[in-house]
Design a protein around this ligand. Sequence first.
Ligand code: AMP
Length: 212
Amino acid sequence: MNLVLLGAPGAGKGTQAELLCENYGFDYISTGAILREAISKGTPLGLQAKALIDNGHLVGDDVVIAIVKERLETRPCESGFIFDGFPRNIFQANALSEITNIDCTLLIDVPDSTIYERMASRRVCESCGETLRVGMNVASDTEPCPKCGGKLVTRRDDRPEVVKERLKIYHETTEPVADYYRQKNMLKIIDGTLSPEQIHKSILDALNLKQR
Ligand code: AMP
């Protein structure tokens, strides 16, 4: 089964993808994570994408489509894939339909006001890339990463002015992707304001999967 997770930045797609991958053997493809890794390694792709990402703009369609194609070719996974952050617009959705089949799309629905609050407390570990929330996973951002002891930082694209831009782009270009899948009867809407465990349960129900 191949799944697409849709939702605003900070809706909890990464957290839910992690739970699904751990328990059901999906392979996780986050175009954002692949691009961030390229930036931290200073590869030509990273150098090309950095300014766009830092300012909340989308990277070119040809670049992300090539990333996804390469990833599927080099590491096929029989249990299926979870796409997070891709497709981000209708052009990418059409491209994905030519690359592989999609069985279901889940929209994790969270109001903008909640997204702003969540992004203000989101931190990432500079060393291992773990995403954490201050007040939930750590008491303060001066604490070391609980996973590897690394330093916790705010993603440059989680600054409030950039979050505003990312939400604008989300509503303008990514929300139509939800309609694209709705029209194909492939969209399930999940209430993303609940706890991560409750959201996971709603996703399992939507996919007819048994809790593991
Ligand atoms: P994310 O972690 O999914 O929020 O992605 C972080 C940033 O990476 C986005 O704000 C974009 O700049 C870029 N990005 C990730 N996925 C895509 C995509 N499918 N198309 C264009 N840009 C993307």
